[in-house]
Write a protein that binds this ligand. Structure first.
Ligand code: L34
Length: 296
């Protein structure tokens, strides 16, 4: 029997937990955590994701502010905003929603963020600490996936885990978390990418397969072992004349044909996406506690 991993409901449960923690923090005399999201231009996905982040903050009693820039913003203007947010003690954490317009080097912007406020966990200091197993802000999507695995009681120790994709925000940190020396972790990890000759040869040996490549329907049934756990990180918007707004989200996995072979599988939407958002809230709460010298 295949069990569908319900990210939407799990995220809701975690938001309720965060809400309680935030309430306790306020009752102890601290102010609400404050998250700022910077959004540049009018990318449809970014607009939707940042709106969801702000809504989720509201639900948990976390203050949030969205700062918008036109897509013609210069690198200097954006760096000045990052410097202002770094210095603003009323801001516990902030993110710069990606992608940025082509004329702006995202790495340069990320490196300017104070690592103590980098609630995306994208700054090289946090990436490095994660690699070393030191306390840090974990990158939201991989942290959300690890949380799903643990809440569904899916063991990773000694398993063959195959990660498709080597992006800085999902593939690389995902591989790193799965092989860390604690649970969930302790897996044998293979990372496949655009230069891997026979991807199916690897995926067929995966006990846990995590796909983060952004190619709709890439993972077919014959690439998946019977009883595998399949985690779909892909969220590509594709045209759909039957959908109310003319498009819908599709994952990397050919869900209909792959699901019957799996022990567990995440759907798109309603799988990993909502967990990315709660991980950000968890990081924001952690940043607020550290920023306000709070010990709970
Ligand atoms: N700086 N940029 C920064 N931080 C991030 O953590 C992100 N990411 C990725 C893109 N750029 C970023 C996100 O927030 C992807 N991402 C994200 C967040 C939420 C969801 C998907 C991706 C999500 O909630 N997905 C819903 C469906 C939403 C819809 O219908 O449009 C889901 O159920 O999958």
């Amino acid at each position: 029997m295949t069990e569908i991993i319900d990210g939407k409901t799990t995220a809701k449960t975690i938001r309720a937990e965060i809400r309680e923690e935030v309430a306790a923090m306020k009752a102890a005399g601290f102010r609400a955590p404050h998250l700022v999201a910077v959004i540049v231009g009018h990318d449809g996905g970014s607009e939707a994701y940042v709106a969801s982040k702000a809504r989720a903050c509201g639900e948990c009693g976390i203050d949030s502010t969205v700062i918008r820039f036109d897509e013609t913003v210069t690198k200097e203007e954006l760096l000045a905003e990052v410097a202002r947010l770094n210095a603003d003690s009323s801001v516990d954490g902030f993110i710069v929603q990606l992608p940025l317009p082509a004329h702006i080097d995202a790495d340069e912007i990320i490196e300017a963020i104070d690592p103590r406020k980098d609630v995306d966990g994208f700054h090289p200091v946090n990436v490095g600490k994660m690699q070393l197993g030191l306390p840090c802000f974990l990158s939201a999507t991989p942290a959300g996936i690890v949380e799903l695995l643990s809440r569904y009681g899916i063991k990773t120790r000694g398993k063959n885990c195959v990660v498709l994709g080597r992006s800085n925000i999902v593939g690389r940190p995902m591989a790193s978390l799965l092989m860390r020396k604690e649970e969930p972790g302790n897996a044998t990890v293979t990372v496949c990418h655009s230069a891997t000759p026979d991807i199916a040869d690897h995926t067929r040996r995966a006990d846990i397969l995590i796909s983060a490549i952004g190619i709709p329907g890439f993972v077919k049934a014959d690439m998946v072992k019977d009883g595998a756990v399949v985690i779909d990180v892909g969220t590509t918007r594709v045209p759909d004349p039957l959908a109310p707004n003319g498009s819908r989200l599709r994952g990397d996995v050919d869900f209909e044909n792959v699901a019957p072979k799996c022990s567990y599988i995440t759907p798109v939407p309603g799988g990993v996406g909502p967990m990315t958002i709660v991980s950000l809230l968890q990081n924001t709460l952690k940043a607020a506690k550290a920023n306000q010298g709070h010990r709970l």
